[in-house]
Design a binder for this molecule. Structure first.
Ligand code: NAI
Ligand code: MG
Length: 394
C-alpha cells in the first residue's frame, strides 16, 4: 500500500502531550507513514482570529486523514478579551475549530467505542443481590450524528424580527410571546433525513461486521416528535436492510438509567448529536472515563481521529505530564482500522490490555488520585511511562 501522510494536530494543553505519545506507538507497531503538522487551537484564535486556519483545512483536504489531540475553548467574553489587540473590534468571532472541522468536511459519522479492559480498576462494578459484586463486560460503540441536531450552530439571543415572526406562527410559541426579545435565546435542533440515514446505516453496518444482534436507537420521539420522530423513522427504514439485526428503541433519559443497570445488554447505540455526546460520555464512564475514551469522525472523504477528552488546562504545565495517553493511542488504533491496518490496531489494543491487566503501570486516573505533581509519589506512572509499557508489550 502507498505510504500515507497523516495530518497531526496536537492542538492545546494535553493534546500536545498525548498526540506525540501515540506517534511513538504507531512507529513501534510498524505503521509506515509521513506526518505533517497542522495548526489548530487557542493560540491561532489569539494570533489570527481563527482557531482553524485555512492552511490546516488545506492539509486535511489534501491528505484526508487527521490525528487530533484536543483544543481549548473559552466563553465568548474570554475569547473576545484574549484576541490580540490588532484584531479586536474587526468582526472576528470565535468558533470551536473541531466543530468547524466536522461541519466543513461533513464528518457526520462519529464513532465512540466504550470497551472495558479486564483488570482496569475504573471498570463499572455492580452489587449482586445475594452479596458480592460482579463486573459486567462492556462492549458498546456509540454512533453519534456529528454535524446537526442541537449543535448545528443555528442559534440566537434576541432573534431577528423575521425569525421571531416565524416562531410566532407556531401555536406553542404563544407561551413565550410576552418575553422581551433580549431575554429570549433559541438553539435550533435541525435533523435531516439524509444525515439520519447515514448514521443509522453506519451503526447497522458495524453491528453486521462485528456480529451484534441488535442496534439501539436512543432518542426521545415521544416528546421531540418531529426531530427524534424523523430520526427514528429513518432508523426503521435502514433496519429493513439488515434482517438479522433487531432494532431497539430507547429514550435518552431511560437509557442513562439502563446503562448503569445492565450495560452488557447494549452493543451498538445510535443517537443524534447531543444525545450521542451525552450517551458516549456516560458509557465511557463505565470503562475508565476520559483516559480511555477514543473516537473517529468519518466523512465521505476525510476522517479525523481524536480522544474525546479536552485539553485539561489544569494539567498542561505539569512536567513530567501525568495524563493517560491511552485514549489518544486507542484513537490512533481507530485510524489504523480505517486505513485497513486492522492487524496493527489489534496488536496495540492487545498490548494496552496486557498493561492494564498487569496492573503495574497506572496513570493517576487509574489509581483514582486527584491530579497534581504529587501523584508520582503515590505510585502513578507518568504519560511517557504508560506509553513505554505499551511499547514494551509490542
Ligand atoms: P477535559 O476533558 O479537558 O478535562 C476534564 C478532566 O478529565 C480533567 O481535568 C482530567 O481530570 C480528566 N482528563 C481528561 N483527559 C484525561 C486524560 N487523558 N488522562 C487523565 N485524565 C484526563 O474537559 P474540561 O476540563 O471540561 O475542558 C477543558 C478544555 O477542553 C475546555 O477549554 C474545553 O472547551 C475543551 N474541550 C475540548 C474538547 C476537544 O478538543 N474535542 C472536548 C472537551 C473539552
Ligand atoms: Mg463531550
Amino acid at each position: 500500500m502507498a505510504k500515507r501522510t497523516i495530518v497531526t494536530m496536537p492542538g492545546d494543553g494535553i493534546g500536545k502531550v498525548v498526540l506525540p505519545e501515540s506517534l511513538r506507538v504507531l512507529k513501534v507497531v510498524g505503521f509506515d507513514a509521513d506526518y505533517v503538522h497542522g495548526d489548530i487551537g487557542w493560540d491561532f484564535w489569539i494570533k489570527e482570529g481563527n482557531a482553524l486556519p485555512q492552511r490546516t483545512i488545506d492539509l486535511l483536504e489534501k491528505h484526508k486523514i487527521g490525528l487530533f489531540g484536543a483544543i481549548t475553548s473559552k466563553s465568548k467574553d474570554k475569547a473576545d478579551a484574549e484576541l490580540s489587540a490588532g484584531l479586536k473590534g474587526k468582526g472576528y468571532t470565535y468558533f470551536s475549530p473541531i466543530v468547524t472541522m466536522r461541519q466543513h468536511f461533513n464528518l457526520d459519522v462519529c464513532i465512540r467505542p466504550c470497551i472495558s479492559f479486564p483488570g482496569n480498576p475504573l471498570n463499572f462494578i455492580r452489587k449482586q443481590p445475594g452479596g458480592g459484586s460482579e463486573e459486567p463486560r462492556v462492549n458498546v460503540a456509540v454512533f453519534r450524528q456529528n454535524t446537526e441536531g442541537l449543535y448545528a450552530g443555528v442559534e440566537w439571543t434576541n432573534p431577528p424580527e423575521p425569525v421571531r415572526k416565524a416562531f410566532e406562527s407556531h401555536k406553542k410559541f404563544a407561551a413565550f410571546k410576552n418575553v422581551p426579545p433580549s431575554d429570549l435565546s433559541v438553539s435550533l435542533r435541525i435533523i435531516t433525513r439524509e444525515a439520519s440515514r447515514r448514521i443509522c446505516h453506519a451503526g447497522f453496518e458495524y453491528a453486521k461486521k462485528f456480529g451484534f444482534k441488535s442496534v439501539t436507537i436512543c432518542e426521545k420521539p415521544n416528546v421531540l416528535r418531529e426531530t427524534s420522530g424523523m430520526f427514528t423513522e429513518e432508523a426503521k427504514r435502514v433496519a429493513r436492510d439488515f434482517p438479522g439485526i433487531a432494532l431497539w428503541e430507547t429514550n435518552i433519559d431511560a437509557q442513562m438509567m439502563w446503562l448503569t443497570k445492565n450495560p452488557e445488554d447494549y452493543g451498538v447505540v445510535v443517537c443524534s448529536n447531543m444525545f450521542g455526546d451525552i450517551a458516549s460520555d456516560a458509557f465511557a464512564g463505565l470503562v475508565g472515563g476520559l483516559g480511555f475514551a477514543c473516537s473517529a469522525n468519518l466523512g465521505e472523504e476525510v476522517a479525523v481521529f481524536e480522544p474525546t477528552h479536552g485539553s485539561a488546562p489544569k494539567y498542561e504545565n505539569l512536567n513530567p505530564p501525568i495524563v493517560n495517553p491511552i485514549a489518544m493511542i486507542l484513537s490512533a488504533c481507530m485510524m489504523l482500522d480505517h486505513l485497513g491496518e486492522e492487524a496493527k490496531a489489534k496488536r496495540i489494543r492487545d498490548a494496552i490490555a496486557a498493561v492494564v491487566a498487569g496492573g503495574k503501570v497506572r496513570t493517576y486516573d487509574m489509581l483514582r488520585l486527584t491530579g497534581g505533581p504529587d501523584v508520582f509519589s503515590k505510585g502513578a506512572a507518568n504519560s511517557a511511562q504508560m506509553t513505554d509499557a505499551i511499547m514494551a508489550q509490542l
